[in-house]
Design a binder for this molecule. Structure first.
Ligand code: GLU
Length: 308
């Protein structure tokens, strides 16, 4: 039943790609075919349903902020992470910097660029990129994940805005470690090459409170996963998070590579790939697929319990 609904949802959402554009501010991302669309659902019972372009590799971009936040909570602790980064929706674009200038101001949350760069500055001295890569492969249940060198170099040569944000954060005392090393770590994490299936795998681990569904291995603590899922719900879809919470109601995180990671607590992980983005940076067709799945499968976090 899930497979049928998923396949129909993907086919029905395909035309929506015409309404969006790929992210051209990182030139390599602008080269993607905006008509790709794929969606995967992995359930806790072991069902794996996929429709459309689910094995095409694309750039994880901001969805890596979920992984970095989780790793930082594990390695640095909750108090360090949230001492100088907030947990409030910003209501602003993901790369906004206006509010950061004031003395004593801190990034609104770890899902926007400023917050994620700050979190990476706490994390980077404690773990190497190679270790983060193996951790990501485990969390996503995908040993094929690699760094996309072309995307990495493309983003590094268009890094001015994030560099400005990072130095502003250093100036206001939010970042206290090496800014250039932090930026390099941040961009590497954003340049990991994944598929919709990798995102469904990650979603399933989060849906299971941090336990690998096949091996039973605990990869993240329940406390970490609770924080991560809550912040995904309130801040994961850029400045479209409120509308998405009402209309879809599934903790999710999107990236400008066209991915969306969604977590249906205790039940399933969902991964989407659709690189045509709306004005806020979210996959247009991807959101449409999720709206259909939420409605047809009763996945909204506040759906009446008799439907779940
Ligand atoms: N690497 C991108 C940036 O820093 C991530 C943006 C995103 O996916 O939201 O601009």
């Amino acid at each position: 039943m899930i497979q049928t609904i998923l396949s129909q949802a993907v086919e029905a959402a395909r035309p929506a790609a015409e309404l969006g554009q790929t992210a051209t501010y990182i030139p390599e991302l602008g080269k993607m075919d905006k008509h790709h669309l794929g969606a995967c659902v992995f359930t806790w019972e072991g069902e794996r349903c996929c429709a459309g372009d689910t094995d095409v590799r694309f750039s994880i971009q901001s969805i890596s902020k979920v992984i970095s936040l989780a790793a930082a909570l594990e390695l640095c602790g909750y108090d360090t992470v949230f001492e100088r980064v907030g947990m409030e929706p910003s209501g602003e674009a993901f790369n906004a910097m206006g509010k950061l200038e004031a003395v004593g101001s801190t990034p609104s949350n770890p899902m926007i660029n400023a917050g994620a760069i700050a979190v990476d500055s706490y994390l980077e001295p404690k773990i190497s990129f190679e270790e983060m890569l193996s951790f990501t492969r485990k969390l996503c249940m995908d040993p094929q994940i690699v760094l996309d060198e072309k995307v990495y170099h493309s983003e590094m040569s268009h890094i001015s805005r994030n560099r400005a944000i990072a130095y502003l954060l250093e100036n206001t005392g939010v970042i206290r470690s090496d800014v250039e090393r932090t930026l390099d770590f941040y961009v590497r994490m954003c340049s990991l090459s994944i598929t919709a299936e990798s995102l469904a795998g990650l979603g399933l681990v989060l849906a299971g409170d941090g336990v690998h569904p096949a091996t039973g291995e605990r990869l993240l603590s329940p406390d970490t996963v609770r924080v991560v899922k809550t912040i995904m719900l309130t801040c994961g879809m850029y400045d479209g998070s409120g509308t998405f919470a009402v209309q879809v109601g599934i903790p999710s995180k999107s990236g400008v590579g066209g991915g969306i990671l969604s977590v249906v607590d205790g039940r399933m992980g969902i991964g989407i790939f659709g690189p045509a983005l709306d004005g806020k940076g979210n996959s247009v067709a991807g959101i449409q697929v999720l709206r259909t799945l939420s409605r047809e499968l009763h996945l909204h976090i506040f759906d009446p319990s008799e439907h779940r």
